[in-house]
Design a binder for this molecule. Sequence first.
Ligand code: GTP
Ligand code: MG
Length: 249
Amino acid sequence: MGRVLVVVPTYNEADNVGRIVARVRAAAPAVDVLVADDNSPDGTGAIADSLAGNDPRVHVLHRAGKEGLGAAYLAGFAWARARGYDAVVEMDADGSHAPEDLPALLDAARDADVVIGSRWTRGARVLNWPWRRLLLSRVGNLYARLALGMPVSDATGGYRVYRRSALDAIDLDSVRSQGYAFQVELSRLAHRAGVRIVEVPITFAEREHGDSKMSPLIVVEALWRVTRWGLRDRLATVQARPDALARWP
Ligand SMILES: Nc1nc2c(ncn2[C@@H]2O[C@H](COP(=O)(O)OP(=O)(O)OP(=O)(O)O)[C@@H](O)[C@H]2O)c(=O)[nH]1
Ligand SMILES: [Mg+2]
């Protein structure tokens, strides 16, 4: 597999950043960690700096201000590529993505370009999520799958491995999404690029410390972008095959 970098985006995760980094280092001692912090007012960046000072495998990317999860990941991907990493992992800081699942994800990446840690494949578990969040995730994923025609059961999931082959195949400069839409957009671009995507069941747990950054705006962004991509894909199909319209019922 080569060199692996786990990118952990943080915004006000002072209670979580130390725990998650320690768990990653214990679960997968050979991987490096990059905390991508958006100048968190609660001092997460300074805590990350002290972690990095004590462990050469831990790094920190300080960003000027809160620009969203998508922008933090793109910066982390660029950081990894500039340093020749062979794979990057996306992982939330709040403990929802268990570092203990990482070896299974990395194992699956031996035969895949993208590995999605999935909440909605057989064998996965979702712990302590209120029914509203479960419903949102199920319905959102169903909509994304139907609108975009992707054989992916957890397109909004944010626990993933991208091998360099996948990052090279995707035009990352074109990505504009911020929240959950970012994960869907990368799934879509990977699918369209024809790279091999596999899903691995994970145990997903509700965050225990700190506050969620989930907002209605993030949901609306995802809904709006997925709808636009879906319509655009259909229009492109019709333009390429006008006879398909004539055969429409
Ligand atoms: N750098 C950076 N990280 C962010 C930003 N927004 C969210 N994050 C991080 O992205 C990860 C996921 O955010 P969460 O707030 O857990 O979002 P969520 O998982 O949908 O919401 P919950 O399930 O309620 O926790 C966490 O590690 C956050 O700290 C941001 O604007 N910048
Ligand atoms: Mg979370």
